[in-house]
Design a protein around this ligand. Structure first.
Ligand code: NOJ
Length: 755
């Protein structure tokens, strides 16, 4: 049966189509609705209160219920469960005067109940299809449980491993980050958000939230416009071009301005230059924050934000409490209120909420579509593609299922820690630990010994900060170590599960020391000292400093935080059911003092020679080499690949004549494997100095043992363009180095002429 809005929509279906490409039916519907709204009701639509504190009980007694019933909320976020969400939706439809349905947002970042690897890990698959598949499944599950809007993708470029939110993005590269950003949007929104399992994406955090000073969360970002345009903006734009319905502003300062109130950023760049016509929401409390940041008090902050183009106020209540007065005082206009209100109503219209307000409220879907076998299978498969093999001396990995295997470390039996940050919507207790997965895998084939080995940190307080609500039990340091050494003594091979707990990355989880925490590092040293073969399974949400480990531990497999199926997926890789193929999308430093460290840096006049030793008056450190420990693009396999020399169709490139580059890659080992072949460029002389290397394409090739495949790239002058000092996207003819190879540190270079 059609609701009131459904009937109006049916009548409007005959409306004419607008030649400018606008949906005239939608426009007419919203004109009609807004014509009946009071100023207060319009401002109510601009308010996004948090619902996360309401975890149980009678929702009608809450403030949120009151806001919704009185038409003073356009939506809410982070409430879990279709029944409770339906109750709020019902209040909006049945109790508020105009019955406008609600946006229901949630931080569905890397899965819902089925959790996938954290985004930085996903990006290491270099496989946008895997990301799209993960986002599609996330949308199916979230929508089945009442959510119609996800605060994802987070596409902030990050070059500083100290920042905890490096875990939430796709790494340091603008080109690769753009491919990933678009894939998330396609997955969440599906064809056009018209189906009940398609939800609206929200690109965040606009802009440059990923460049906080000193890698400490929430600090100011400050950079040249050239850097912003060339490096930080491309992924946001890619997500918008993929059709993202909404954008979230960042809540740290950018060049001294608050992005939420920045006219040039929102009205100028986002709307006018990029043509974004969706809605813009603030991040948590942004508008109230402006006073703390030394900018403006709430009434003015709200007025400035509205004028700049921010449509919805998350949490701060500043729009709700001040815009009415500001309007009456003439500080803001009705057009400005209307513009924001219209964009929010348009988002609801595009989601189909007016024709079917309970579109996302189908409890039978929640019963059958969450945490299904099929979704778990996808999580396991995708996780396998995200692991990065950093080292494998003597082919220790994969392990054979025989003899005595000791599994040691505080993360070995921590099922509650498998999912990583932003997985609060899942059920932790469902996830098996690595120990359980190893038991399943080994059965009676090998003897499994287990010891926790150490605390996470020696300091109880630091461990508490590091684990938050996902605690890891503590024990006596000496007793834990003794037990581990006993197990190690008996074993033929030692597998360690060490690193960061899952809450040590993510929001507000910055670190100044990015080594493996003290107690675990000591344990590892003692285990290596036994002389037995040791494998390090590294759990982390960021690049860590692994200087000692890379010199002394024979095998290191970075498993990040792999999600619901982490246990199985890691065990698959350790025992050779799968073959790691991930490559780093973020540089691993030798020392924290090198940060920010990234591959696409600008050259300096005292070039960073790759000398073993310090050279005076060169750009280098007295105590640490300049090179990374593991460069961007790096990752090994259980097999080996050989690269033939690249062939170029021409040594000249022009707008009319792209260059074709081809090279043969051969699997020279004895297992099937996937290799990620990379293409970089360097613009040798330009009006603005260009990075020493820039990724421009890659191919993923699957090769059977002994098999060779020809890999081809077509390079056009579009890939050679950059934003110049006038912020124009230009191609400047001249010499270009074209580089191919397995990672940014091992490339074959050829010079071509751009004409
Ligand atoms: C703050 C975070 O910065 C943002 O990413 C998130 O979506 C909101 N809180 C809502 O939880």
């Amino acid at each position: 049966m059609k609701t009131g809005f459904g009937l109006i929509l049916a009548c409007l279906a005959l409306a004419a189509c607008d030649p400018a490409g606008r949906d005239s039916e939608m426009d007419a519907f919203i004109d009609n609705l807004m014509g009946r709204m009071t100023v207060e009701e319009k401002i109510g639509q601009l308010n996004l209160p948090a619902g996360g504190d309401i975890v149980s009980g009678q929702v009608f007694e809450t403030d949120l219920a009151e806001l919704v019933s009185s038409g003073r909320a356009g939506g809410f976020f982070n409430v879990k469960g279709v029944e409770r969400i339906t109750e709020f939706q019902r209040l909006a439809i049945e109790k508020s005067r105009l019955g406008i349905p609600l946006l229901v947002g949630a931080d569905v970042i890397h899965g819902y109940e089925t959790v996938f690897p954290i985004p930085i890990a996903l990006s290491c698959s270099w496989n946008p299809s895997a990301i799209e598949r993960m986002a599609r499944i996330s949308a199916v599950e979230a929508s089945a449980d009442g959510v119609n809007w996800t605060f994802s993708p987070m596409v902030d470029i990050c070059r500083d491993a100290r920042w905890g939110r490096i875990a939430e993005g796709s790494g340091e590269d603008p080109w690769l980050g753009s491919q990933m950003a678009a894939a998330y949007v396609r997955g969440y929104q599906g064809a056009d958000m018209s189906h009940d399992d398609e939800i609206m994406a929200c690109v965040k955090h606009f802009a440059a939230y990923g460049a906080p000073e000193a890698g400490r969360d929430y600090t100011a970002a400050d950079m040249s416009r050239q850097k912003l345009y060339n490096c930080y903006l491309p992924p946001y734009r890619a997500a918008i071009e993929a059709g993202a319905g909404s954008v979230m502003t960042s809540f740290n300062l950018l060049d001294g301005e608050h992005p939420t109130a920045s006219r040039w950023l929102l009205d100028g760049l986002l709307r006018r230059q990029w043509g974004f016509d969706g809605m813009v929401v603030t991040d948590y409390n942004s508008i109230s924050d402006m006073a703390t940041l030394g900018l403006v008090e709430a009434p003015e902050a709200a007025a400035m934000s509205l004028k700049a183009g921010t449509d919805m106020d998350m949490v701060s209540n500043a729009y709700l409490n001040t815009l009415g007065d500001s309007y009456r005082k003439g500080l803001i206009s009705m057009e400005e209120i209307d513009r924001a209100c219209r964009r929010i109503l348009e988002a609801k219209y595009r989601l189909g909420l007016f024709s079917e307000p309970y579109k996302y409220c189908k409890p039978q879907r929640a019963e059958t579509e969450l945490y299904t076998e099929e979704h778990l299978e996808a999580a396991r498969e995708i996780a396998a593609e995200t692991f990065v093999l950093l080292k494998n001396d003597g082919n220790i990995l994969p392990l054979q299922k025989k003899g005595k295997i000791a599994l040691i470390g505080p993360l070995a039996d921590a099922g509650n820690n498998m999912c990583g940050m932003w997985s609060q919507l899942c059920v932790d207790s469902r996830h098996i630990s690595l120990l359980q997965a190893f038991k399943e895998e080994l059965g009676n084939d090998a003897e499994l010994l287990y010891a926790r080995g150490s605390n996470l940190y020696y300091s109880e307080k630091t461990q508490q900060y590091a684990t938050g609500r996902r605690s890891i039990p503590r024990g006596d340091d000496n007793a834990l170590l003794r037990e581990a050494l006993r197990a190690a003594d008996e074993a033929d091979v030692i597998v360690t599960a060490l690193g960061e707990s899952c809450e040590m990355s993510g929001e507000s989880a910055s670190r100044a020391d990015i080594t493996i925490p003290d107690a675990q590092r000591h344990l590892l040293k003692r285990l290596v000292a036994t002389g037995k073969p040791v494998v390090l399974l590294l759990f982390t949400g960021r690049p860590l400093v692994l200087d000692w480990e890379s010199d002394n531990v024979p095998a290191i497999l970075n498993v990040w935080y792999a999600g619901s199926e982490a246990g199985h997926a890691i065990s698959d890789a350790v025992f050779g059911r799968t073959n790691p193929c991930g490559k780093l999308t973020t540089t691993f430093p030798r020392a924290v003092g090198q940060e920010p460290l990234y591959y696409n840096y600008l050259q300096c006049s005292r070039p960073p020679w790759t000398n073993e030793h310090f050279v005076a008056y060169n750009s280098n450190y007295i105590d640490v080499a300049n090179t990374p420990l593991y460069p961007f693009g790096y990752g090994m396999s259980y097999t080996t690949f050989e690269y033939g020399s690249p062939e170029f169709s021409s040594d000249r490139i022009s707008a009319d004549e792209p260059v074709k580059i081809s090279l043969t890659v051969t699997n020279t080992g004895n297992r099937a494997g996937v290799e990620i072949v990379q293409l970089y460029i360097h613009d040798c002389l330009a009006s603005l100095a260009r990075p020493v290397k820039e990724l421009k394409n890659y191919r993923r090739v699957t090769l059977q043992p002994g098999e060779s495949k020809m890999v081809e790239f077509t390079l056009t002058t579009d890939e050679l363009k950059f934003y110049n000092s006038n912020l124009e996207l230009v191609y400047e003819p001249g010499d270009f180095e074209i580089m191919t190879g397995p990672d940014s540190g091992h490339l074959t270079v050829k010079l071509i002429k751009g004409i």
